[in-house]
Design a protein around this ligand. Structure first.
Ligand code: SF4
Length: 332
């Protein structure tokens, strides 16, 4: 159970039921009032070494921007939802885009307004829309603090149209298993070889537990997908990812294997990641590989085309062997 070191809060949060509930829940935790969750001066001044320590705090505010961004992969829109940032520390996390703002977990208490906008948008559109609500955080993890996912599913089930989707790297799915979700929720479990989870995805759930969670979600009637992401081309990547696909084939239930879909995402990395990781995790693996990576935009790196193409071909061949009938939605 996550126990925050301190709560940084905007004072308007107590006008919202969830804001009040969280302030009561963390009654005995030191509190610091802030003007704006986007700009906390004392966090901004911290050194990179403080990265993990900063993640022990909880920031609670009111979300002001509600702009949906069009998306064409799994969903129609990426939606800013009830949280941003995370208390885990995957070394490649793209939320570390701006260290002073995005790394730690921020909770937004005006959930009614956010869900209402989704429902209204879904209902006025002719076609069936899917909304990605988990692109800024991990909602299974957040749910252990706020119960927001349970609240969301219960309040979305009677909407006339639309679906919600989110990815996760966590196995704490039991609160949502008994819910009447009406088939409107798509959960996408993100997996990696156990060795990579251990060395890179600090604070997330073990591979076997994630697989068990996928099986349980499917049993509870949820639509499920698997994200193999991010694919990290460490020295023995072929063995690791080949084994991972075989483990999935062996451990997933027949019910899951019948129609689970897959997404594959190769890791991108950045100069900011390198700087933070070398100071915050000095003994950890260096994910930046000069020989295999190339520049993709300012301060950003991705695998060179020929290297990525080779890995993609390998993965597609393995998938063809073990999951010949399952849909690969995309490889990027
Ligand atoms: S679990 Fe997801 S949101 Fe949290 S640090 Fe890892 S990649 Fe980022």
């Amino acid at each position: 159970m996550f126990k925050p070191k301190a709560i940084y809060f905007e004072k308007e949060i107590i006008k919202y039921p969830l804001g009040k509930e969280l302030m009561d829940k963390y009654e005995d935790i030191p509190k610091i009032e802030i003007e704006n969750h986007n700009n906390i001066e004392e966090m901004r001044k911290n050194s990179n070494k403080e990265f993990s320590n900063m993640k022990r705090n909880l920031i609670i505010g009111v979300r002001k921007t509600h702009k949906f961004v069009e998306n064409h992969k799994i969903s129609n829109y990426l939606v800013p939802y009830t949280s941003s940032g995370c208390i885990a520390a995957c070394m490649y996390c793209y939320l570390v885009c701006n260290y002073n703002k995005c790394a730690y977990l921020r909770l937004f208490v005006n959930r009614e307004k956010m869900l209402e906008k989704i429902i209204k948008t879904a209902e006025k559109e002719e076609k069936e829309l899917t909304f990605e609500i988990g692109s800024n955080s991990d909602l299974i993890l957040e749910n252990t603090i706020t119960n927001n996912l349970v609240w969301t599913i219960e309040n979305f089930k009677n909407s006339k149209k639309g679906k919600l989707t989110f990815p996760t790297k966590f196995d704490m799915v039991s609160p949502i298993l008994p819910l009447d979700h009406q088939g409107k929720i798509i959960v996408r479990m993100s997996v990696n070889p156990e060795e990579i989870i251990n060395r890179v995805e600090f604070g997330t759930s073990r591979l076997s537990n994630r697989i068990e969670a996928i099986n349980e979600l499917k049993e509870a009637g949820y639509e499920v997908g698997i994200l193999i992401a991010p694919i990290i081309l460490v020295d023995n990547w072929k063995k690791l990812y080949g084994d991972l696909i075989q483990i999935l084939e062996k451990e997933l239930t027949e019910k899951v294997k019948k129609d689970v879909f897959f997404e594959f995402i190769f890791m991108t990395y950045s100069y900011i990641h390198t700087k933070i990781n070398e100071e915050a995790f000095p003994n950890a693996i260096n994910l930046y590989n000069k020989e295999m990576m190339t520049v993709r935009g300012r301060g950003k790196y991705c695998y060179k085309k020929e290297i990525k193409d080779e890995a993609e071909q390998f993965i597609r061949e393995e998938m063809h062997k073990y999951f010949p009938k399952n849909r690969i939605v995309y490889v990027v």
